[in-house]
Design a protein around this ligand. Structure first.
Ligand SMILES: [Zn+2]
Length: 112
């Protein structure tokens, strides 16, 4: 489940791609035909990414400020690219894991 989610693969077979776009969940798996539309998580993964990345970046910015007291322009140069890059890097795997978790624990699911 975690592996398929982190690799953005179908949670049923682990082979077919989970997404058709950057964050659009495929309606059906191209490899096994599993219905994936019911596992769509919407903006749920973004909440986790915001909270986790916000905690990390805020903590890092505070540590850098306390230890080095750099000029503010350096903060502006460092943190926004890290926030943007981190969010883009984390969104797909987080959504993949949430879709896989939903798939595994959905009502009526029988483990094969
Ligand atoms: Zn599949």
């Amino acid at each position: 489940m975690w592996r398929a989610g982190l690799l953005c693969r179908c949670p049923a077979c682990g082979k077919g791609p989970l997404f058709t776009g950057f964050l659009t969940v495929a309606p059906r798996c191209r490899a096994c035909g599993e219905d994936l539309a019911a596992c769509e998580q919407g903006d749920g993964p973004a909440v986790f990414v915001i909270l986790i990345l916000g905690f990390i970046i805020t903590g890092a910015a505070l540590v850098v400020e306390v230890m080095f007291s750099p000029p503010y322009w350096l903060h502006v140069a460092i943190w926004p690219p890290l926030i943007l890059g981190g969010a883009l890097a984390m969104l797909r795997p987080f959504k993949g894991v949430l879709v896989a978790t939903h798939f595994r624990h959905r009502r009526g699911h029988v483990e094969r």
